[in-house]
Design a protein around this ligand. Structure first.
Ligand SMILES: Cc1cc2nc3c(=O)[nH]c(=O)nc-3n(C[C@H](O)[C@H](O)[C@H](O)COP(=O)(O)OP(=O)(O)OC[C@H]3O[C@@H](n4cnc5c(N)ncnc54)[C@H](O)[C@@H]3O)c2cc1C
Length: 491
């Protein structure tokens, strides 16, 4: 039996698009996006992509050392060396083959910026909207390839192993259907929506992690959640606009409610300390000052510089009534990134046959305990490409084709009632925010486990809303279970 697609890729962010583009023209690829093609975290990335492309002022060893320091030396060294050594070539391909434009100086050299935790200027960026530039160029390139088919507003609802491939259950505009594929790459992004406030886009509900877990794949280090210290503290809305690390990199001061700089009281690197350090310092300073009012101040860099270096942040803050050339920017930490995920080897291969994962939903181990700024776009590029190497190699040697009949269609009858997501978010914020509350973990886990049981066995109609609620409950349960196990194993 011949499969309809050689490779199904769930996700149209940087990982999914770059994977699709790395297949040879005879490989039939289907790319799914559960909402519009450009609604994803990749599109939101501001600061840039870190890579040692100029060896006159930088060195691979320094990039590795900086990443190890940020990651508390808990990084997977083999994956990290691959990331840093191979990454520059992928970044240069973005420029040469996809037409990605990074900012350049008057001499037309790529102009690198600095971000917290980096010892050298090695961040390639496109103003302050690097993710948009990369994603748009990758998308246009992929849309020109006849072997790549896109399905927008199409939710990957299930994966059923079927011998030489999978039956993939898709929810397309409310209708369910199955397609067959020989290999699947999950590039479904992060889990931000499991928290009440996040910088992540609405798609970040941990679907790939849930699908992989349901197949029995190993999921690792979900408790390693990164909180960004400087999200715009808007009065309303779940999605918090990010004030990029690069703003501190360009000299912005972090101020408490009294207008005082305080970072040097917590870390000698001051404002340029890595994210986890800055986030924790803010929470401690909040307790000290009894106030959650915090600010970034970049006004001293002058209007011309600010407007040309941070046009998007400038315009976005102005919409919120803050002119960053004159005013301080109100900020507070919120969920930003997941270091853990579907455990993969250096080719993005999971513990399930023919199932791969890349990008934020995967766990390559490169980040260790804490991701260094601008390393995640690089990780998405490098390991998405490596998935395609392994799949191409296997395709040359392996027979493929689903060997079982099409599964039965889903048969749920009950409509989902609202409320599950809110409860899960409350549990996560209480138990596992910047400084965890271990007392709230056990209680939260018990509550989340009940919700998940109800969602799994409740005979619910398959809708995107239901699938996302189930994903959030799965992620919360897996994450808190990890914490409980870790606690039990501590001496
Ligand atoms: C505000 C912000 C700023 C950032 N800035 C930077 C930066 O400057 N540098 C850096 O390196 N990193 C940055 N990051 C992190 C980085 O952007 C992400 O880690 C990375 O882009 C993730 O790419 P991805 O392809 O794995 O996932 P995404 O780009 O999030 O794409 C996920 C895709 O999966 C699809 N999907 C999800 N579930 C399903 C499903 N069930 N069925 C079908 N499709 C599904 C979605 O529709 C989407 O297309 C930033 C993140 C945010 C939120």
């Amino acid at each position: 039996m011949v499969n309809q697609y050689d490779v199904l890729i769930a996700g149209s962010g940087v990982a999914g698009l770059y994977a699709a583009l790395n297949f040879e023209p005879e490989v039939r690829v289907l790319v799914l996006s559960k909402r519009e093609l450009t609604l994803n975290n990749s599109f939101l990335a501001q600061g840039g992509v870190a890579a040692v492309v100029d060896k006159t002022n930088d060195d691979y060893r320094l990039h590795i050392a900086d990443t190890l320091i940020a990651g508390g030396y808990k990084n997977d060294l083999r994956s990290l060396e691959i990331l840093v050594n191979e990454g520059p070539e992928d970044v240069l391909r973005l420029i040469k083959e996809m037409g990605v434009e990074f900012d350049r100086d008057e001499m037309m050299n790529i102009s690198m910026t600095l971000e917290g935790g980096h010892s050298r200027r090695r961040i390639l960026h496109h103003k302050d909207s690097t993710g948009r530039e990369i994603t748009q160029k990758l998308l246009s390139a992929a849309q020109r390839k006849p072997n790549i088919k896109f399905m927008e507003y199409t939710h990957l609802a299930s994966l059923t192993p079927a011998g030489g491939g999978f039956w993939a259950g898709l929810l397309v505009n409310g209708e369910h259907r199955y397609v067959s594929c020989s290999y699947c790459i999950l590039c479904t992004g992060g889990i931000g929506r499991v928290y009440p406030y996040t910088t992540n886009s609405a798609i970040a509900t941990g679907d790939g992690i849930t699908l992989a877990h349901e197949l029995g794949a190993r999921i690792k280090n979900l408790h390693l959640v990164q909180f960004h210290p400087t999200a715009f503290a808007a009065a309303q809305g779940r999605e918090r606009f990010l004030i990029s690390e690069a703003v501190r990199g360009e000299g912005a001061y972090l101020l408490n409610c009294n207008g005082e700089r305080f970072m040097h009281n917590y870390d000698e690197r001051g404002e340029l300390a890595p994210r986890d350090v800055v986030s924790r310092s803010i929470i401690k300073e909040a307790a000290l000052t009894a106030s959650e009012d915090f600010y970034l101040d970049i006004t001293h860099r002058g209007e011309a510089f600010i407007k040309s270096r941070f046009p998007m942040i400038y315009a976005r803050c102005l919409e919120e009534g803050v002119d960053i050339t004159r005013d301080r920017i109100p900020i507070f930490p919120c969920q930003h990134y997941l270091m853990g995920g579907i455990d993969v080897n250096v080719y993005g291969d999971t513990t399930i046959d023919r199932l791969y994962a890349a990008g934020e939903c995967s766990h390559t181990g490169v980040h260790g305990l804490n991701r260094l700024a601008s390393n995640s776009l690089l990780e998405a590029l490098v390991f998405a490409r490596r998935c395609t190497y392994d799949i191409a190699r296997r395709m040359r040697h392996e027979e493929s084709g689903v060997q079982t009949a099409v599964p039965n269609p889903p048969s749920g009858r009950r409509a989902l009632e609202p409320g599950h997501r809110t409860t899960i978010r409350r549990i996560m914020q209480r138990a596992w925010f910047v400084i965890p509350d271990y007392n709230a973990v056990d209680e939260g886990l018990a509550e989340a486990t009940e919700i998940l049981k109800e969602l799994r066995n409740g005979d619910y109609i398959l809708t995107p809303d239901y699938l996302e609620a189930k994903s959030l409950a799965t992620v919360c349960t897996l994450l808190l279970s990890e914490v409980v196990k870790k606690k039990a194993n501590e001496p």
